[in-house]
Write a protein that binds this ligand. Structure first.
Ligand SMILES: Cc1cc2nc3c(=O)[nH]c(=O)nc-3n(C[C@H](O)[C@H](O)[C@H](O)COP(=O)(O)OP(=O)(O)OC[C@H]3O[C@@H](n4cnc5c(N)ncnc54)[C@H](O)[C@@H]3O)c2cc1C
Length: 493
């Protein structure tokens, strides 16, 4: 008789939805988290009068009351649907390259066409054709996912889905400003448009335009805490400040875990929300050859640099018109991507204001804003410890220089500030190189060629989260629920 039916390692998005799904289905479940709060990336922290959102810029997958999408029903099933309050952003984003363009795209198809036509006259038909292709690709993707026979899938899907996003943009437009403005979301995925499969960007644009971008009142921490509360209310047990250091096996089958204080608990199933390298390093058995071969050909993905700020000025005082703003120094996305391996001044930032549509993180008249650029950890690993604090604040100044080109006055309004580097993310998440989306989010790592989530090659071990699939909020929340449902089906069989 085991101590638990299942142990879930890590209380990130996928760990929380997996644990809550299992416990609600009647499996006696233990959730173990090395940090002192639930959420992984999906957390917040306080500085002075402000609460700072760690990670959530725009949540996809919610949908409106009238046109609901998958997360709403999943949250209902997990008992948190009535607890969470979603805050809709009316716009996708404002995209700016100083001296080149400044355009705001509303989160609806017709409004986005009008905005692009206003900013770049003469392109209406081209934008309409491009958006029609986006919709066709999404329909093709859904058909393939549903295992529709290839002959019945629109051939445009097979011709275009895996083409580089940049090629598809260049087929439609001859003005680089419009391709730059339409591609502003690429850092949400990682690879630049020249390497990003069109399908990935089509899915993202469709998700945000059709089902809208959202914030959560109380931030992503409110969601993480609600999931934890639901898990505990259903009888689940949670341990914080506790790392799992070993996954115990007998004759190739999982039998439990050992914590960092030496205590062991037995369980028939273990779901890991930790990274794949950490998970397999914890295995007290030989790592299966198929897994070793897979991991050896992986590339660790990108991390991020964030300047969190509490500003003593309202969004209107500072000229904010949208919750999300992208500012790039120029339109050379490949150069920006290359710069993520260095400490050269930031070339592109995502600016999030959490008070244009307030989520309750700043007092009235103030504004919580974060500036973020993606970065790999290699440049930061070379910084000597004695120079680390100086280097990170000097680098943060380069993000401020960039934001001041578009939203002047922010620097003077700073009341509280904190900085997170790739090393910060590595320390808080326990992930190699502080990667925030897991492995590189490119075609070679996609579900087309790998299926880490389904193929652990160790009986009783299950993987859920960004490292076993796609990174980002919606994918990981759904992954935990999906993996738990698969586990339940296997136990019932
Ligand atoms: C600054 C930042 C901005 C981001 N912006 C966005 C965005 O706008 N939109 C978006 O969709 N995504 C964004 N992301 C990415 C997104 O947040 C992540 O991809 C997603 O939250 C990862 O979820 P996960 O389930 O993989 O778990 P993670 O959040 O990676 O959490 C894993 C958990 O496992 C725990 N753990 C690890 N090892 C052990 C162990 N041995 N024992 C116990 N516990 C362990 C960790 O402490 C952690 O809590 C951002 C991330 C960051 C950091």
């Amino acid at each position: 008789m085991s101590d638990f039916d299942a142990v879930v390692i890590g209380a990130g998005n996928a760990g929380l939805t997996a644990a809550t799904t299992l416990q609600h289905a009647g499996l006696h479940t233990l959730l173990v988290e090395r940090h002192n709060i639930p959420g992984g990336c999906a957390t917040s922290f306080r500085r002075g009068r402000f609460e700072f959102e760690v990670a959530l810029h725009q949540l996809s997958g919610v949908g409106t009351e009238d046109q609901q999408y998958t997360l709403r029903s999943m949250f209902d099933r997990l008992g948190v649907g009535d607890t969470l309050e979603f805050v809709q952003e009316p716009d996708l984003y404002r995209a700016v390259v100083p001296g080149q363009y400044d355009v705001t795209l509303p989160a609806d198809w017709a409004g986005a066409v009008d905005a692009l036509e206003d900013a770049f006259p003469g392109n209406r038909r081209r934008v309409e054709r491009f958006f029609a292709l986006v919709k066709d690709i999404v329909l093709g993707y859904i058909a393939v996912m549903r295992k529709t026979p290839a002959a019945d899938v629109d051939p445009v899907f097979f011709r275009r889905a895996l083409r580089p996003f940049k090629d598809v943009l260049d087929e439609h437009f001859d003005d680089p400003r419009i391709t730059s403005a339409l591609g502003a979301y690429w850092p949400y995925l990682g690879p630049p448009p020249s390497r990003l499969a069109f399908q990935e960007m089509a899915l993202m644009l469709y998700a945000y335009i059709e089902f809208k971008p959202w914030h959560i009142r109380g931030g992503s921490q409110a969601m993480s805490s609600a999931l934890l509360d639901s898990f505990v209310a259903a009888g689940g047990q949670a341990r914080f400040n506790t790392a799992v250091e070993a996954i115990l096996t007998e004759r190739g089958r999982v039998v439990g875990v050992r914590f960092d204080d030496g205590q062991e608990v037995s369980a028939r199933d273990v779901v890991s929300n930790a990274s794949l390298p950490v998970t397999y390093a914890m295995l007290d058995d030989v790592v299966p050859t198929a897994v070793r071969d897979d991991l050896a050909t992986r590339r660790i993905g990108v991390s991020g640099f964030v300047l969190h700020m509490g500003l003593d000025a309202s969004p209107a005082d500072l000229g904010f018109t949208t919750s999300t703003t992208f500012v790039n120094t120029d339109m050379d996305d490949d150069r920006t991507y290359a710069s993520w391996h260095s400490l050269e001044p930031a070339r592109g930032i995502c600016i999030s204001s959490y008070d244009v549509e307030p989520i309750g993180f700043a007092p009235a008249g103030a504004n919580h804003v974060s500036l973020m650029t993606l970065q790999y950890s290699d440049a930061w690993e070379k910084v000597p410890p004695a120079a680390y604090a100086r280097t990170k604040f000097a680098y943060a100044e380069t993000l401020l220089d960039l934001v001041e080109t578009t939203l002047p006055g922010i620097r003077d309004a700073i009341e509280e500030a904190d900085v997170a580097t790739p090393l910060t993310h590595a320390r808080y998440l326990g992930h190699p190189s502080g990667a925030i989306y897991g492995y590189e989010q490119d075609r070679t790592h996609s579900w087309l060629f790998r299926n880490s989530e389904r193929e652990t090659h160790v009986a009783g071990l299950h993987l859920a989260g960004s490292w076993a699939g796609s990174g980002g909020f919606q994918p990981t929340l759904e992954a935990g629920h999906r993996v738990a449902q698969r586990l339940l089906r296997a136990r019932a069989a």
